[in-house]
Design a protein around this ligand. Structure first.
Ligand code: ADP
Ligand code: MG
Length: 238
């Protein structure tokens, strides 16, 4: 079953054509990784799926429904950004439960959802702390926790590890894999780190200049790159 599909996704900012007719489908439960050089349109593509950018042409479907005209909060997705601004005056538990509080869920349901997500992420012991008292990796887990409690159909991650140091990045990479196994939810994950892409992806989408160069499993891209661009990208050190 297809969860997210883009057909002919096109977007320009002024004279800059950023997405040039992108066709893409994610399957249920898939970990799809978007890679490509800086400025190739990765963030714009995620933001278009999330509803934070309107397309000039083309369609975004989620769960078979065209969502072009739906607001971000009405798309069943949750996005985690590279700079995961937490609310500094709130505790971890309050940060994680905030979206549910806005949605007016009963307190007991919010607490239960936050406790479940905190268990999954190994941060149950941090629930009473404020963001200033957390390490970078812990803050990143809280940001992911804020997304998990909403039980989205799809997670969108935009370079979630790029603010962390190299050792922590590798550790968190394995945590993302474990999180995906635990939740089984469709994830679309942007990175420019090719080792991260090769480790995490069920399939990789290689973007270049607003177009899809190739989509395939890490092994397919490694063994049969469609062109020199893909070969160069997959073969280059992180
Ligand atoms: P990536 O995430 O792959 O680095 P982006 O999607 O952020 O690329 O950006 C693609 C191109 O679109 C870049 O040239 C960037 O400068 C431009 N761009 C992105 N957002 C805007 C915006 N809001 N206004 C104008 N130009 C933008
Ligand atoms: Mg980006």
């Amino acid at each position: 079953m297809t969860i997210v599909s883009l057909t002919g996704a096109t977007k320009a900012f002024g004279a800059t054509e950023v997405l040039r007719g992108i066709d893409l489908e994610t399957r249920a439960g898939e970990f799809l990784v978007l890679v490509g050089p800086s400025g190739c349109g990765k963030s714009t593509l995620l933001r278009a799926i999330a509803g934070l950018e309107d397309l000039d042409a083309g369609d975004v479907r989620i769960g078979g429904v065209t969502v072009n005209d739906r607001s971000p909060s009405d798309r069943g997705i949750a996005m985690v950004f590279q700079s995961y601004a937490l609310y500094p005056h709130m505790t971890v538990a309050e940060n994680m439960g905030f979206a549910l509080k806005l949605a007016k869920l009963p307190r007991a349901e919010i607490d239960a959802a936050v406790a479940r997500a905190a268990d999954t992420l190994g941060i149950a012991h941090l629930l009473d702390r404020r963001p200033a008292a957390l390490s970078g990796g812990q803050r990143q887990r809280v940001a992911i926790g804020r997304a998990i409690v909403r039980e989205p159909k799809v997670f969108l991650f935009d370079e979630p590890l790029s603010n962390l140091d190299a050792a922590l990045r590798v550790k968190m990479r394995y945590e993302f894999a474990a999180l995906h196994r635990a939740l089984g939810t469709t994830m679309i994950y942007v990175t420019h780190d090719q080792a991260e892409a090769m480790t995490l992806a069920d399939r990789i989408v290689v973007l270049n200049g607003g177009r899809v160069e190739q989509i395939g499993t890490p092994m397919e891209l490694y063994e049969a790159p469609a062109n020199l661009f893909v070969a160069g990208f997959i073969g280059s050190p992180a």
